[in-house]
Design a protein around this ligand. Structure first.
Ligand code: FMN
Length: 276
């Protein structure tokens, strides 16, 4: 495995990790690590794998859904290819009562990602959600455009290096936009996932939901496997829904590099992963 941030090389290795998290009252999602697939057969194979994983989750009785990246399902080969692949996964998830989250990748993919999300909803799939990034200037507008769909959205700061043409560069600006977007989502979305390890943001959200009577079934906190595990458990103890994003697979390089960019203190854990 790749150390503290990845649950194993195979889904077999991830199953006991997911079960242990569930036993601690934590919901989970899982992701087969990988992105930027440029071979159509491989992209179809990733969709096949996700269908198998969904069956296995059901058989194991895990509280686990799926988060996937459209470039892993062939977005670079064309929007229609990614759409056909993700539709197959979402349709399969519907048959086993599960949910698919479409991660957000770099800013150049936002239009295609939101278009595919809208297509899935227009085709009648409600067991799907996506992600918006607080660092992008465009996000406030994207959110307003999505609200009529009563979407299920995850809010993140944004993990990709983006230029000042498209993204806030200062942490204070990203944080301010995050709080604004979080409040809009909590008010208007069918479900909001507050994905951050930032305790100031978490405290603000707790305060906001209390003051506005937003029930703890309307939102959850999401954090990454291996990051702030004590905070994850503390929030569960306070009665909040917490989901731990728990990836597996052998293609962890880009995933670990983003974790390193976010927090240089992760260097030791990232190096340990690279050494295996
Ligand atoms: N960043 C993205 O750009 N796209 C994503 O889809 C995405 N999903 C995430 C899911 C979870 C559960 C978490 C905790 C983070 C995710 N991120 C994603 C990373 C965040 O954008 C951000 O880089 C990371 O959480 C570090 O910032 P923090 O101080 O808010 O924790």
């Amino acid at each position: 495995g790749a150390g503290r941030f990845v649950a194993g090389e195979t889904f077999d290795e991830a199953v006991p990790v997911l079960r242990r998290l569930n036993e601690q009252g934590l919901r989970t999602n899982t992701t087969l690590l990988g992105e930027g697939v440029r071979d159509e057969t491989m992209a179809r194979g990733v969709a096949d794998t996700y269908c198998d994983v969904l069956d296995r989750i059901a058989a194991e009785g895990l509280q686990t859904n799926i988060a996937l990246k459209l470039t892993h399902l062939g977005l670079d080969l064309g929007e229609d290819i990614a759409y056909e692949n993700v539709k197959r996964v979402v349709a399969h998830a519907a048959t086993v009562g599960n949910f698919i989250r479409i991660d957000m990748e770099e800013s150049a993919r936002v239009d295609a990602t939101l278009a595919i999300y809208r297509r899935l909803r227009a085709d009648g799939f409600d067991n799907v959600g996506t992600v918006l990034q607080a660092m992008l200037y465009r996000t406030a507008r994207d959110l307003e455009d999505l609200l009529p769909l009563k979407p299920n959205l995850r809010l993140v700061k944004g993990a990709y290096l983006e230029s000042a043409d498209v993204a806030y560069q200062k942490k204070s600006e990203v944080d301010r936009n995050y709080l604004y977007l979080a409040e809009r989502m909590l008010d208007e979305c069918s479900f909001t996932a507050i994905a951050t390890h930032d305790e100031r943001i978490i405290a603000h959200v707790i305060d906001y939901t209390k003051r506005h009577g937003i029930g703890s079934d309307r939102f959850e906190f999401q954090m990454l496997y291996g990051i702030r595990p004590q905070l994850q458990r503390d929030l569960v103890r306070q009665g909040y829904r917490v989901l731990v994003a728990t990836p597996y697979g052998s293609e962890w390089y880009f995933y670990l590099m983003r974790r390193l960019a976010e927090r240089p203190a992760n260097l030791l854990f990232v190096l340990r992963g690279l050494a295996r």
